[in-house]
Design a binder for this molecule. Structure first.
Ligand SMILES: Nc1ncnc2c1ncn2[C@@H]1O[C@H](COP(=O)(O)OP(=O)(O)OP(=O)(O)O)[C@@H](O)[C@H]1O
Ligand SMILES: [Mg+2]
Length: 286
């Protein structure tokens, strides 16, 4: 779905989002930002759950007031705190969701079958919600969001609390879902974005610090990531405004990775990663 977000602002007792704009068509957009950056608020606005104070979201030319019903049919949403009645089974939950989305009869049976297959939960269909693992719950969360085949999928922090294997297979699931829809996934796990998304939008205290493709974002810190090995120069680096990423103490000395425009003598230039770009960008405007 072609989505155009223009100058969104939202405030409660303080500004939460300020002048947020971006456009996307197909593919996966990663929404990165620290706790409280405004990720959930932005997804809630795009999902039409809450309204912005200023600005608007354009859904393929549809108007959020006049075409609200049509727009909502095109949106699937997995909220940050996805929970369900604990004693309902996977099958019962999807039947319930189908009813909410007005899918009945034969169509409901095929729809549930198809979605269970897509998220890999066919064998768990008779399991109760509270008996599912974290990863399975998130898969069910995705299944309920894609009932009715929405063109836009909004997913809020889906990999928090998942073990490494579950995270890997969850990421693969997202990639398969992106072939015929647009996905926005919010996270503060930089690796999730690096491994699954095409574009990134970096939020910092409600402002867009970066929007664009990932290679260009990483390139923005080329020549700024350094490794110093030797005696402990942490204090010296901090004094000159460097941002220390990691300090490893080994038998051969201290290895300090840091971000800086001006390196300490003897430092080795490193290849930048998405995490470096993210840390550097969100620190500049503190
Ligand atoms: N209904 C509300 N009333 C008042 N303040 C709110 C409300 N909803 C969110 N906020 C505030 O807005 C800010 C942004 O919250 P939001 O949940 O959008 O951030 P987030 O980036 O999703 O954070 P997290 O990574 O912790 O999920 C926070 O300071 C939060 O306390
Ligand atoms: Mg959130």
């Amino acid at each position: 779905m072609k989505l155009s977000v223009k100058n969104l602002s939202k405030h409660y007792d303080k500004p939460i989002l300020q002048n947020v704009s971006f456009e996307m068509n197909t593919g996966i957009l990663g929404l990165l930002g620290e706790n409280g950056a405004g990720k959930t608020t932005l997804l809630e606005i795009i999902s039409t759950l809450i309204a912005p104070h200023t600005g608007q979201v354009d859904y393929e030319g549809m108007d959020v007031v006049q075409d609200l019903h049509t727009i909502r049919k095109q949106i699937g949403y997995l909220p940050q705190k996805f929970d369900f009645f604990p004693h309902l089974t996977v099958q019962e939950i999807l039947e319930y969701v189908c009813r909410l989305k007005n899918i009945h009869g034969r169509q409901r049976i095929t729809e549930i079958e198809e979605k269970l297959k897509q998220v890999g939960l066919l064998e768990q269909r008779n399991k109760k919600f509270n008996a599912l693992s974290g990863g399975m719950k998130q898969r069910l969360g995705i299944a309920q969001a894609i009932v009715g085949n929405p063109k836009l999928l909004l997913i809020d922090e889906p990999t928090v609390g998942l073990d490494p294997h579950e995270r890997v297979s969850f990421r693969q699931l997202l990639t398969t879902l992106a072939t015929d829809r647009s996905i926005i996934i919010s996270t503060h796990i930089v690796e999730d974005v690096a491994l699954t998304t095409d574009f990134v939008l970096v939020l910092h205290q409600g402002n867009v610090n970066y929007f664009g493709d990932i290679p260009a974002f990483i390139k923005s810190v080329e020549g700024k990531v350094w490794l110093y090995s030797g005696e402990n120069v942490t204090e010296k680096l901090q004094k000159q405004g460097a941002l220390i990423i990691s300090t490893q103490v080994t038998a051969s000395g201290v290895h300090i990775r840091y971000l800086s425009d001006t390196p300490l003598e003897g430092s080795l230039l490193l290849e930048p990663t998405l995490e470096h770009a993210y840390i550097y960008t969100n620190r500049k405007k503190v």
